[in-house]
Design a protein around this ligand. Structure first.
Ligand SMILES: [Zn+2]
Length: 402
């Protein structure tokens, strides 16, 4: 509307100017024609200006509309941001609550764990007390024996004597503290080992176990066929003696094997026959390493080493001891090397039994033992295995690539 007023004012001023009487000095001024031209020009200018003004006004309107739109958008975004912030705050609170709950649960679990640990400790303690009680009760069943039969002359050792179905077990108090479990497992060991030889022992035998008391019966462990006694110096065996990794239980099985060989199938030297040392020690080793299933007994884990040698291991052992095999002319079993001091020959005998068990079968080995009661070693070998003794030795060497 403003521009219309402006135009009217302009026209009005123009007309007013024209209507005014001209001063004398201007009497000779522009002509009417010239004035009309001016009017026309001015009217055009007014029109142009009016047009420009209108365009600018339109532009201004557009900008204003855009600004309004942008402002609205900004408002919307701001509203959204506020909403999002609220949402985030809410989630944060929820998270914090959950975290608190989780911490509480952790604390609860920890306290339950502690209770379980305490209960377990109590249980262990009770078990220990029970074992101690059982041991004390067992000890009460023992008769006290003072003997110097296996001791240095003139010294008496206090033995606790226990009777089982197949044995009499003598233990000193320190030995009993370590090995009282043998009271429950010896009869079972005797029965299992008797099965290996397909025999029954005809009489009871004695087992003596001591620690560092002054007993001179043996330096380690031994079966004495003269007195039917197994003698074991417990302190020499693992886990008591950690430098000597021969475990007590494996040793016990080995010595019981000798008792069964003697009292069951009579292949111990006492019958005056030489040359079966490889069978007695070889089967002793085979029984302790391969035959006995230690897991079925209630032995303490650290008193056993379960290490079942295979062909490769035997091969390595024999080759490590080749100084023994090479030193002598090993043409027959009786010429096999002996190492009475270190017993390193035992693994050689064990390898022969392993070879026979795998190549001929257990039955043939039992046949040999049976024939050997009346026949010589060469005759027993050829009758049981169908080869000469020399051939058997050659085949054994070939089996282990000696
Ligand atoms: Zn032995």
């Amino acid at each position: 509307m403003k521009q219309k007023y402006l135009a009217l004012i302009l026209i009005f001023v123009l007309l007013f100017t024209l209507a005014m009487p001209l001063p004398t000095s201007m009497a000779k001024g522009p002509t009417i024609g010239e004035l009309q031209k001016k009017i026309t020009a001015l009217t055009k200018q007014v029109k142009d200006l009016t047009g420009k003004l209108s365009a600018k006004t339109k532009e201004a309107k557009d900008v204003s509309t855009k600004l309004a739109t942008k402002t609205k958008e900004a408002k919307d975004l701001s509203a959204k941001l506020t909403a999002k912030t609220k949402e985030t705050e809410k989630l944060k609170t929820e998270k914090s609550n959950l975290s608190k709950q989780l911490n509480n649960k952790d604390a609860l679990i920890d306290s339950k764990d502690r209770i379980i640990d305490e209960k377990e400790a109590e249980l262990e303690k009770l078990k220990g007390q029970l074992e101690e009680q059982e041991k004390a009760n067992k000890l009460k069943t023992a008769s006290i024996v003072y003997t110097n039969e296996t001791l240095q002359p003139g010294t008496n050792i206090k033995w606790y004597k226990f009777n089982t179905n197949r044995t009499s077990i003598y233990m000193t108090l320190p030995a009993f503290e370590q090995y009282s479990y043998i009271l429950d497992s010896t009869d079972l060991l005797v029965a299992d080992i008797s099965k290996y030889f397909n025999t029954e022992i005809k009489s009871k035998f004695e087992i003596y176990v001591w620690m560092d008391e002054n007993v001179t019966g043996t330096t380690g462990s031994e079966y004495k066929n003269i007195s039917d006694r197994v003698l074991i110096r417990g302190s020499k065996f693992f886990p008591v003696n950690h430098s000597n990794k021969i475990p007590f239980v494996n040793c016990l099985a080995h010595e019981i094997a000798h008792a069964v060989q003697d009292l069951g199938v009579s292949i111990i030297d006492r019958n005056g026959k030489p040359g079966v040392f490889w069978v007695t020690e070889g089967t002793g080793m085979y029984i302790q390493d391969h035959y006995i299933d230690y897991t079925k007994y209630n032995f303490p884990e650290d008193h056993i080493i379960i290490d079942t040698p295979d062909k490769a291991k035997y091969t390595k052992w024999i080759n490590d001891r080749s100084f023994l095999v090479d030193k002598v002319d090993v043409s027959t079993m009786s010429k096999l090397p002996k190492d009475l001091e270190l017993h390193s020959d035992y693994s050689i005998y064990a390898s022969i039994i392993y070879f026979i068990e795998n190549q001929y079968g257990h039955g043939k080995l039992l046949d040999f033992i049976e024939y050997h009661k009346t026949l010589t070693t060469p005759d027993s070998v050829s009758k049981a295995f169908g080869v000469t003794e020399e051939q058997l030795v050659q085949d054994w060497k070939k089996y282990f690539s000696l």
